[in-house]
Write a protein that binds this ligand. Structure first.
Ligand SMILES: Nc1ncnc2c1ncn2[C@@H]1O[C@H](COP(=O)(O)OP(=O)(O)OP(=O)(O)O)[C@@H](O)[C@H]1O
Length: 553
């Protein structure tokens, strides 16, 4: 009998809880689905925002003037692309997820305490502005701390980035321990600044907690008085306390979030600082001279220029020089006289302060800079930089849509086809970072092929052979002699023996041309050119007798 009764009770109970249990299951299911959707959406939005920022930042960095790269170190720039964007993304996600929850809890509970006791709520609201004011002041101090810490982190990244990318030099000078010490110093400083930031955030959160607990005590005190005067009931005070405790927890959460927000805002500000930076020389826009009507007459007219990092110290002063189309002009002069600067200005890496530079009578400021650099001018310098990819792709960098046959033709013209084919993988040989796995002369010939692929009307050779030994110099020089035909060529040379056949030689000193003519006429003049030739011949003779390799300069 009892067993039957108890069976019935269980049955009734099961029936009774069936409907609510189903509701609960549905609720749990819905909660799981919402949790999944919210976490997935948040992470997806966060990742997309970060990826978009990264792309925009990189695009903006690529757009910047060369002077930007003179002023900022590589590590500092890379840090903004990596650490800062990561910090920004993490705090963005955290602030949205926790911030939204805390915010809605605060709003909901604020409405209910308002309903329970408007008097006590108004009292609470009256003390709130003080925390807002204190919080704002504290916040700006913390943001400053965060900025300083992030700058210091970037500084330590710079040290390690520089050491790693110049590992051969570090090893050759046995500077490992000094680099280690320098990195440790910078890292310790970053650590101290971060600790200071942590201390500030800790104080802020501790202070917030203290204030909120004070608020609970205050509520109990005021609530007790209201109960005594029969204005509210004990149950209302309890409900008020529970709701205000929820507000307190949410505000505490928000204050915890505040630290992340400070970091995120600091990082975001650093990212946007670069994104919003507008270069003086845009990458594109302006006239493009059609290839068939481009002659290649270059003229510098009364150019005055000082580097943006050294304003007030002009490198070129009222500098004028005409380079007729198709001619080879050599620019010589003492070291630091401004020869490479002339090439940089023609490439429009920097803007002239006064005067103008023209190409076929067009001011280069009116020409499309990408067309000027990418099509009209081929630039080969002393230390060609190759990328860690195949030789084929390195040469194709000169013109991305060139066919394999065109690449090979350019390599032949540059005297490079022979050695490339001697590698087991031929054009598919990967050259290592910065072309570390091939010789200087080979690197230079690949760089020449790369420049030739554009078929430029103007060729600038900035000390193109000065880093090479005599044999490699001869081979590269032969390649260069072949390729200068029919192009306006500006040769910047230390070794005067390599430019004897130039149509015009311009001797540059103190920022302007002091002598102009060909080798024979300039020697006859017995001026600066003659002195430089004499100095170099004496040097070469001394090198030969002492069996030392010849030195440039
Ligand atoms: N990016 C730069 N920022 C600031 N000053 C620079 C920069 N590049 C060169 N200079 C300075 O400008 C002056 C001319 O330099 P430039 O490289 O044009 O001389 P150069 O005649 O080519 O020298 P070298 O024969 O030694 O290569 C030098 O005093 C140099 O220190």
């Amino acid at each position: 009998m009892t067993a039957v009764m108890s069976g019935k009770i269980v049955e009734n109970f099961a029936l009774a809880i069936q409907a609510p249990a189903m509701k609960l299951v549905k609720l749990y299911l819905a909660q799981s689905v919402f949790t999944f959707a919210y976490i997935y959406m948040l992470s997806s939005v966060g990742e997309r925002v970060a990826a978009q920022l990264k792309k925009e930042l990189f695009a903006s960095i690529l757009r910047q003037d060369i002077s930007f790269f003179d002023k900022h170190r590589t590590g500092e720039i890379v840090n903004r692309l990596t650490t800062d964007i990561q910090d920004f993304k993490s705090s963005f996600k955290l602030c949205i997820s926790q911030g939204l929850r805390s915010f809605t809890q605060i709003v909901g509970c604020a409405a209910s305490i308002m309903f329970i006791s408007p008097q006590m709520t108004v009292g609470m609201l009256l003390v709130m502005p003080s925390i807002v004011v204190v919080g704002t002041i504290f916040g700006s101090v913390l943001r400053k701390f965060s900025r300083e810490a992030q700058i210091q982190i970037a500084q330590s990244t710079c040290v390690c980035e520089e050491a790693i990318s110049n590992m051969r030099t570090v090893r050759a000078f046995a500077m490992e321990s000094q680099e280690q010490e320098l990195f440790a110093r910078e890292t310790d400083l970053a650590c101290k600044l971060n600790e200071r930031l942590g201390l500030g955030i800790g104080l802020f959160q501790g202070g917030t907690n203290f204030f909120l607990n004070g608020l609970v005590l205050g509520t109990l005190w005021v609530g007790g008085k209201l109960i005594a005067s029969n204005q509210i009931e004990a149950g209302d005070l309890m409900a008020f306390l529970v709701a205000s405790q929820t507000i307190q927890r949410s505000v505490a959460q928000l204050s915890l979030l505040f630290g992340h927000l400070v970091r995120g805002l600091g990082a975001g500000a650093r990212v946007f600082e670069y994104i919003e930076l507008e270069p003086n020389v845009p990458l594109t826009g302006g006239k493009k001279i059609p290839y068939h009507s481009l002659f290649g007459d270059v003229s510098f007219e009364n150019v005055t220029f000082s580097y943006p990092t050294r304003e007030g110290q002009p490198v070129l002063k009222d500098f004028s020089l005409k380079v007729p189309a198709g001619k080879v002009i050599a620019i010589v002069g003492s070291s630091g006289g401004g020869k490479s600067t002339i090439a940089s200005l023609l490439e429009r890496f920097y803007e002239v302060d006064e005067g103008r530079i023209t190409l076929d009578d067009f001011d280069i400021r009116k020409l499309d800079p990408s067309w000027l650099r990418g099509r009209a001018i081929g630039f080969i310098n002393q230390e060609p930089v190759l990328f860690a990819t195949s030789i084929m792709e390195n040469i194709r960098y000169g013109r991305p849509n060139a066919t394999d046959l065109e690449v090979i033709a350019a390599a032949r013209l540059a005297n490079a086809d022979g050695f490339i084919n001697s590698f087991p993988l031929g054009y598919n040989t990967v050259v290592g970072e910065r072309g570390a796995t091939i010789s200087g002369g080979q690197k230079q010939r690949i760089a020449i092929a790369r420049a030739l692929l554009k078929n430029p009307s103007i060729l600038i050779l900035d000390e193109a052979t000065s880093a090479l030994d005599t044999e490699s110099e001869r081979i590269v020089q032969e390649a260069l002699d072949q390729v200068v035909h029919g192009r306006t060529t500006i040769v910047i040379a230390h070794r005067l023996s390599t430019i004897r056949n130039a149509d015009i030689i311009a001797v540059v000193a103190n920022g302007h041309v002091v002598e102009l003519g060909d080798d024979i006429s300039l020697r006859r003049k017995r001026g600066l050119y003659w002195t430089l030739v004499q100095q170099q011949e004496r040097q070469e003779l001394e090198d030969a007798t002492s069996n030392r390799p010849p030195q440039s300069g």
